[in-house]
Design a protein around this ligand. Structure first.
Ligand code: ATP
Ligand code: MG
Ligand code: ZN
Length: 338
């Protein structure tokens, strides 16, 4: 593909690979200088490889296979000796293993499938991050299941305050379990989508981030966007489809990404076009079994006033409704730092 973004990300990948390879080369050189035994064995390994490669040229069929197998055994033996030498000198077993950011594609950005070469998900995620400029939006390192602090949710039941029979803490624990199950079940056709409703500051965006973090780490692709910006971007990309190839990628990814998070639904102003587009996005993703998380400040009855029946019936039928209750955590956090 000759799209600028793809080309640029490709370049980043080859820079990264070169860097990794360089590091290994440097490490090897240093070992060769400091560990004569290591140097000797590496030389021997190379010699064996050269010798057998020559021999292989003169052989065919079963003879060739036997020669290949012999070479493998010999190289493996020398490698074991090398490992031993390294270990005795105090080096970790994986000292010379390249450290890949993505173990699936070994930082090539490509994977081979039965239907040919494909982009690895890590590559597609980079395209998404770039086209949606979402790096600075997602607070993945700050807001994830490891930093999830249950302490912000009161363990007191107050029907008056929270309009619920359970405490905010019991409530959030239940939602957290639903979220964790969602992460493990993302490919499952029977797994429903998630609708987060609740007052401001009750942790809807935080939990969305936790899920995004978890899934990106598992190698899934995620778009996170607030509803107004997402709808702006979608409309922009749709109507300028031909002008820039970037627009096509951007638009198509809304439908194809493994998880789409639409935050703050209800804050955007919807004209007819936008409304139809939103419906199109929600509906197409349902049909494709691609998961979506929607959060909103509005309560369900307000939502149904705002959106027409088509959207509401999709939401209610295919989404687990998670009602966030509790005090405004933003306020609580502020009091602590003040
Ligand atoms: N489980 C949690 N552990 C620690 N901090 C949290 C947790 N949940 C939320 N917070 C913090 O509380 C603040 C408000 O949370 P968040 O933005 O998720 O609320 P929200 O429900 O999305 O609010 P709004 O409806 O206004 O968008 C943020 O600073 C967030 O980092
Ligand atoms: Mg929010
Ligand atoms: Zn990859």
């Amino acid at each position: 593909m000759d799209f600028d973004i793809y080309r640029e990300i490709d370049r980043q990948y080859s820079i990264k690979r070169e860097k990794t390879e360089n590091e290994i080369r440097m490490k090897k050189r240093r070992l060769e200088e400091n560990l004569p035994k290591y140097y000797e064995l590496e030389q021997k390994k190379n010699e064996v490889a050269i010798e057998y490669t020559k021999e292989l040229l003169t052989k065919n069929g079963i003879d060739k296979e036997i020669a290949e197998e012999n070479m493998r055994i010999k190289v493996k033996k020398i490698q074991e000796e090398i490992d031993k030498v390294l270990m005795e000198a105090g080096y970790n077993k994986n000292y010379l293993e390249p450290e890949y950011e993505c173990s699936i594609c070994k930082d090539t950005g490509r994977i081979i499938t039965s239907s040919g070469e494909k982009y690895c998900k890590c590559f597609i995620q980079k395209v998404i991050d770039r086209t949606y400029k979402q790096y600075n939006m997602l607070k993945l390192n700050e807001e994830n299941f490891n930093t999830f602090d249950i302490g912000y949710y009161s363990d007191k039941v107050s029907k008056e305050k929270y309009k619920s029979e359970v405490s905010p803490r019991d409530n959030i624990n239940k939602i957290k379990k639903i979220a964790e199950k969602f992460c493990n079940n993302i490919d499952n056709k029977d797994q429903k989508n998630l609708l987060f409703v609740g007052n401001t500051g009750t942790g809807k965006t935080f939990l969305s981030n936790c899920i995004a973090y978890e899934l990106i780490n598992k190698g899934y692709t995620v778009i996170y966007q607030t509803a107004p910006i997402l709808m702006d971007m979608a409309m922009e990309a749709k109507y300028n489809f031909d002008r820039k190839s970037e627009n096509r990628i951007k638009y198509e990814n809304i439908f194809n990404v493994d998880l789409l998070i639409i935050d703050d639904l209800g804050t955007e102003t919807l004209n007819n076009n936008r409304f139809t587009e939103l419906f199109n996005i929600i509906n197409t993703r349902l049909l494709k079994n691609k998961k979506t998380i929607i959060s909103t400040n509005l309560m369900l009855n307000e939502l149904s006033q705002e959106y027409d029946e088509r959207v509401m019936s999709r939401l209610i039928g295919n989404y687990i409704i998670c009602k966030f209750i509790g005090d405004d955590i933003r306020f609580k956090k502020k009091k602590i730092t003040d």
